[in-house]
Every structure is written in structure tokens, then in C-alpha cells.
Design a protein around this ligand. Sequence first.
Ligand code: MSP
Length: 625
Amino acid sequence: MDKFYITTAIYYVNDTAHIGSISEVIATDIIARYKRLKGFDVFFSTGTDEHSQKIENRAIKEGIEPQKFVDREASIWKNTFDKFKISYDRFIRTSDVDHIKVVQDFFKKLYEKGDIYPGKYEGWYCVRDETFLKDSDLIEGKCPYCGGEVQKIKEENYFFRLSRYQKTLLKYYKEHKEFLRPESRYNEIVNLIKSGLQDVSVSRKSFKFGIPVPFDEAQTIYVWFDALINYVTSIGFYDNKDKFEKYWPADLHIIGKDITRFHGIVWPAMLLSYGLPLPITIFAHGFWNLEGARMSKSLGNVVHPDDFVNKFSEVAQISEDISIDTLRYYLSREINFGQDGDFKMETYLKRYNSDLANDYGNLINRTITMLYKYNDGVVPSRTSDDKEIVKLIEGKKSTYIKEMDEFNLSFALDEIWKIISSLNNYIQRKEPWKLKKESTDLNNILYHLIEGIRITTILLLPFMPFTGEMILKLLDSFPVDFKDLEWGALKSGINVQKISPIFPRIEKDKIEIKVDRKDLISYKDFNKLDLRVAEVIKAEKVENSEKLIKIEISLGIEERTIVAGIGKFYSPEELIGMKIVIINNLETKELMGVKSDGMLLAASNDTELSLIIVDRDIKTGTKIS
Ligand code: MSP
């Protein structure tokens, strides 16, 4: 039996699962389930990334021990994955004992080989992304990836000799076009390697919550070096060499596009240095936005899949399991896997009502109702095949397989829906209600419909495991594998149980989604903010910056300078005379060499920005509360 080792990225334990992260683990689960159905010996690994500076910071903020904090949070992730029917074989935590041993072993081996060496790091660090950054990486003083604040660090670190692997990596990429997909990311990484690789820091001195460098306890191993190794730990690298030999190299690492550099450059270089084979394919998918905006906790627009699924099950009057299947379906159908997507309630409702309620659900309801009306709920035997239907199903089935093998999840679903709509048309065309009860023609039609549903449902099983199992059990056809896809495998004589509509139509055109309210603050904390009305008296662009504008404001009794990143949305001229809102008691900050004393308020998302202004002529300097 061929093996298939598939992984997701591991999730920062301090974040809660959101629609974006759950979409990755769902897509991975779909591929894992598909491969199992096809007969592969699959190992599916996912888990949590627990050793970062931001995790230590969060635990300190909550006043609990970091280990207790990560234990609590990891179990929340695991419960969510269980609820969403994620069929992982191992849920790895980077605080697992075997993982700690493997990371230390890796570090030591690379050190002994001369690929890790001590040095001095001077540069920037983005805590949110846990990334080291050079001066030239920063965009207007901020992290180029998340736009967040960066810290200056100057400390002794160990470095990994990434530069040594530039040539080998390029050659490998050239010879293995399937190593990184889709092609656009392949090209991006190849260009990055061509532009030159520099050694990277792989340890930190100034924080403790992590794995100690085995020969230098004062240093903690950098979280990315630690995290990437999870892929080998998970399959027994520490204590089960046979298992490791069986499953390594990974067949498919599924990750988001934001972490392609670590997976496409650093990880293979680490493996080359250790002397291990490289993964077969890394697939970097796109990002889900929420109603057009980037989803992030700091923007306060995170939708928790748990809350969402519960809410939707209430609205649709369906069980939580069917609601989970609906979400799994939507995420795989709405965009083709790999692309960016926009999670929208409007399209969610449309997909539910038209694809699930009208097409698939209705086909099942109509068929079972007819089966009861015309044959007491029993599957009849067939005397001949309708060539058109059989040919159509065979054709769609083979395209489905081709698409699934290429991870084109939504294209594969398109094929399933073509079968569903031809079966619905078949009913219209054949008008079984006009035929005589128990006639061969009527029995043949009923058989074709149920057999069509059975095959469709097997194809759907990786996407909708709960619904699929429920329907296949009604047809006495569970468990299944690929051989059961053969036309005619449905046994006649089965008594099919009546069921109520699986996806009842929703007669609403809008559903409110609950978004996560950011950490609540007390009135006392709010009162610490000194918000004031200020009038812009002078404004000019900051030299060498497209975004920053230097603004002189009047607060009535005093004048002040603030620097604001609004240059893409406002010209300096139009600001003059505007009455804006500022935070008066914010510490001074230097931006591109200009001191900013305060901050103006604006509403913004990725593409728009609007200043908060007062709509009546109120005295400059008035306090806002
Ligand atoms: N811990 C690192 C990964 C280490 S892997 C050795 C990390 N964690 S994360 O929690 O920030 O992200 C985990 C995965 O979720 C990443 O692959 C990331 O791209 C993905 N996603 C995070 N937000 C997402 C969306 N909005 N949409 C789709 N995927 C998203 O990075």
C-alpha cells in the first residue's frame, strides 16, 4: 500500500482558531480523507506551535505560567479540530517531550557540522510574526509582513549557515518543479534564492520560554527552527525509526502563502544540512478575508468557527454536525484551493440554499419520497442501464479524480454537482409519477437515482464526512472505499429509512455573524485616554515617504506636530482647516526621523481610510469622552 504523509502548518497556540486557520486544516483533512478512500496508507499531522515570545508575553499578561497557559490553549485547539471532524493521526505540540529531544538533536548535529555557529545579531524583530528583520526589510519603520511594531535587538545568537545552501537549493528547485506549488510561489521563492541567501539567526538570548540550546543553556532555540522540525517529530523521528522511514519524506506540506519563505528555503536547507530527504511538495494556499477585510485579532474581526457554526445551525434549524459540513463545503467550493477568498454571508446563504438545499438535498428528498410512494422504501433491482446516465457518471468520476489529485478541490466539487444536476434533470425528463407502480421502467429509474446518490455521496465524503456517512448508512453502504464507486454496486432489497430534509431551505437573505470582541477594557482604562478635537494648521509630506504626512495641529492653547500614515488617502492641502480627533496623551514616537506627539484617529481597512472628524463647529481642544 502506498503511503501518503500530509501536514498542516502548526498554529500559534495563543491565537484561537478562526475561519482562515480552520480553512487550512479542513482542506488538508479533505485531501487526507480522499487519499485514504483511494487506498493510501495516510499519516496526517497537525498541531500547535507553543514556544514563541508572544506566547510568553500573553501568559505573563494573564499572570499564569507559560506551560499552564499553553496546556489550556492547546486543548481548545484540539477540541475544535475534533469537533470539525479533522481526522489527524497526530496532534503534535512543540512542548511534547519527543519534539524537544528532536529539536535539540537537530541543533547539535548542525552545530557539529559547522552549519550553526555563534555570532552577534543586530537588527529588528517582529514579535507578531516571530521574524528577524533587516533595516532594509522595514516599511516605514514597521514589519513588512503584518505592518506591526518591531523591536530593536542586539544580542549574541547562534546562526544557521543558510548561505551555504543557495546553490544546492536552486539546483533542487530546477529539477523538482513540483517542490513548491502553485507556480507563482515557486517563481517567487526561486527569485528570492537567486537574489542571495544570508545566514539566519536561530536562537534568542533575551527570552526563556522555548527549547534551550543543548550546549548553551543561556540561549533559547528560535521558534521557527523549533516549529519546522515538528514535521519529522510527528512520525517517530525520536523513538520509532521504522515509522519514520516509512512516512518520510512528507508528500504534502500544506501552508499559507505568508510562511512560504520558511518552508521553501529554511526548512529544506535544514534538512539538507542534517542529511534528510526533502519533502515532495509544499503547497502554499491563499488567504481568506472576511467581508472584504483582512481577518486578524488585532483588527477585531475574527470569526470563530465554533460560534459561527452554532449560530448557523440555529438559523437553518440543522444539527451542529450538518452545519460543520456546510462550512466545510462552502470553504472548498467558493474558491479553488490555493486562491484568496472572501468569506461573505451573502454567498454562504446562496451556496447553502442553492447547492445544498435545492440541488443535493432535494435530490435525496425526492428520491426517498418516490421510493416510499412506489416501492415501500425498498431499493428495487434494475433490469437495464440508462447508458447516458452511466456514461455521464463515469466521465465526471474520472475528472473528479484528476482534479482531486491536483488538489483542485472546488473543481472536483463542480464535477459532483454536474452529476447531481443531471440526476435532477433525469427525474424531470423521465416523469416517474406517470409510470405504473412496480413496472420495470419505474424500478429502473428508482435504482438509477439511488445508485447515483450513492456514488455522488462517496465522492462527497471527504468534504462532508458527517452527511456522507449518514446517507451511505441509509443505503447500507458504509464504510466505503474507491472500489465501491463502481456503477451497480448498490444492493437491491435494502430498506431505506425515511429522513427529514437534511438541508431545509433558509428563507432569509441575511444572517448576522458574531465577531470576536477584542479584549474588553475597563472604564478606568478608557478614562486614561485624553482624546481632543484638533485643527490642522499646516501639513506636508515626510521626505522619502509615500505614506507619512507631518501635520501641525492646534489644540487651542498649544500647537503640536503629529505624523500620520495617511498619505495614500489624503493630500496635505486638503487636510488644512480640518477638525480632527487626536489622542493627546500618547508617548512621543519618531517616524522616519520626525517626532510625533500624539496620534490622529481614522477608520481604515486594507483599501480605504477615513479621518474621524467632528461634524459641528466645536472649540478646538475640546475633550472627547
Ligand atoms: N506557527 C506558524 C507556522 C509554523 S509551521 C512549522 C504560523 N502560525 S499561524 O497560526 O499564524 O498560522 C497557521 C497557518 O494558518 C498558516 O499556514 C497561515 O498561513 C494560515 N492562516 C492564517 N490566517 C489565514 C487566513 N486568513 N486564511 C487562510 N489561511 C490562514 O504561522
